[in-house]
Design a protein around this ligand. Structure first.
Ligand SMILES: [Cu+2]
Length: 133
């Protein structure tokens, strides 16, 4: 009888170790990298992150941009020759309004806090978003 109890204790111990092992495995598994949503990775110039956006006939290229929060962003906006009302570029959160021109790069600088910021045409037909994280 004593041996049986001892055996049960050993079994319990093994089960506990097993649970611990699974727990450790879960916690030590690296996070699964980036989320599914992809976006342009900005280059850096000085300490600013350079983001290039082109107004096209069908909206903005790219339509999703990811940047680091708390670091200055230098926006460089231009337009395809075929761009229509997407030339009327607005980024309300940062008070940016400009008319994108073909062959001319217009710049705007701002520092985003963590969050998502919309850029769009003045009529809100074409949209894109800048994600600061
Ligand atoms: Cu529009």
């Amino acid at each position: 009888m004593f041996d049986l109890q001892k055996g049960a204790l050993v079994l319990l111990g093994l089960i506990a170790l097993g649970i611990l092992g699974v727990g450790l495995l879960i916690f030590s598994t690296p996070a699964t990298g980036r989320s599914v949503e992809t976006g342009q990775q900005p280059a850096e110039s000085g300490n600013a992150q350079v983001v290039e956006i082109t107004a096209t006939a069908s909206g903005y290229e790219p339509s999703v941009v990811r940047v680091k929060a708390g670091v200055p962003v230098e926006l460089r906006v231009t337009a395809d020759a075929s761009a229509g009302c997407s030339r009327a570029f607005v980024m309300p959160d940062f008070g940016i309004k400009m008319t994108a021109k073909s062959g001319v790069v217009q710049k705007a600088t701002f520092i985003p806090q963590k969050g998502e910021y919309v850029y769009r045409c003045a009529m809100n037909m074409y949209r894109g978003k800048l994600i600061a994280e």
